[in-house]
Design a protein around this ligand. Sequence first.
Ligand code: 5AD
Ligand code: SF4
Length: 444
Amino acid sequence: MDQKKTKKIFIETYGCQMNFSDSEIVASVLSGHGYTTTEDIFLADIILVNTCSIRDNAEQRVKKRLQHFRSMKKKNPGLIIGLLGCMADRLKTLFLEEEQLLDIIAGPDAYRDLPRLLEQVESGQRGVNTLLSMEETYADITPVRLAGNGVSAFISIMRGCENFCSYCVVPSTRGKERSREADTIVQETKMLFEQGYREVTLLGQNVNSYKWDEGDQTISFASLLGRIAEVNPLLRIRFATSHPKDISDDLLKTIAAHPNICKAIHLPVQSGSSRVLNLMNRKYTREEYMERVESIRRIIPGCAISTDIITGFCGETEEDHKETISLMKWARFDYAFMFKYSERPMTLAAKSLKDDIPDAVKERRLTEVIDLQQTLSFKSNQQDLNRVFEVLIEGDSKRSGEHFMGRNSQNKVAVFPKTNAKPGEYLKVKINSFTSATLLGAVI
Ligand code: 5AD
Ligand code: SF4
């Protein structure tokens, strides 16, 4: 029997949803070549670490983890270790030469090449491919769904990014922006629905600039979203991430027109100061961002808005920071991901701006932003008290086997006592209590 056929792969993923989606593509590429995935690292013949470079601490976590794999490899010299994703190109020299640990290094556009790279390893060489591509979208690859709940799945609709926000490593790790053929996205959605999935999240670094030429017609993100929404009314659609500079009213109207397109928009603001936004190369001002939020509230009443915020970017003054605080209060964000600025190599900021805010100041500003968001999330949940939401059941609540957890259209987690219903079904839940992170309720 072919030895290769019995090899088991464990994939460990760091970073964004896009990376989780990529790991599912990796699993698919390799399963087509006779490998299988395992969820038990101790059964693995091959460990693949899908990495993230977005902030320095993400890279540090991966480096620590690789030290652990080094000790596993000492005990089991046949173990193959591969590094995939955003750290691959940046750190290939370090890992191959200094660390002497890795057998495979593959960048985000090189996953089709993994079977060949694995063959190289089997013949005693190392397998390295970190080339970025202008075209690769993995459009024809049906992802193997890894460790999911069988209810919600990610669909990658575009790759790369060309916005060049000055703090961001993504344009250098993931290359040029390219959209995936619309029909393949619709097909993948239909297949997921038939398999019992009830929620898909369309993924891209900047989904609003999705564009696919079909004959003499150009399919925009709004028209793609409309097509996906029509696959089945019982299928919920989410998407991430939107760039404030190009989230159009046309898109907002499409969201409003389809009950199954979720009423939740993730709209990263990054800073509330126009001066800092300019340094960040975000291509919108504070006022333009506010105008977009007003449009969302006008066109999609009840829509949740979440955001990303960076504290302590190059040159950020106390005044700039206060503008971020005041914008957060004005926008009443329902949820936020908040970070302190971490300089990344090869970015515009690393090349031309000074990382001049002391760490303690970045940290203090971050704490202020987090504390404020906690209050805003609490208030947002307070407003939901006694409201009734349609909740898609995802599975058991983490804390109790007697409760289900699911989400409402606004992407808020709701926990409530179980009924006879099953994951994947919708229930009407009345909210009777809450924390800043969770709504608690009962089925009506
Ligand atoms: N430092 C801190 N946060 C960053 N992000 C991206 N790059 C950096 C960086 N260099 C944050 C942004 C982005 C989110 C995915 O990560 O807020 O929206
Ligand atoms: Fe995702 Fe960016 Fe991290 Fe790459 S660097 S995994 S694109 S968040």
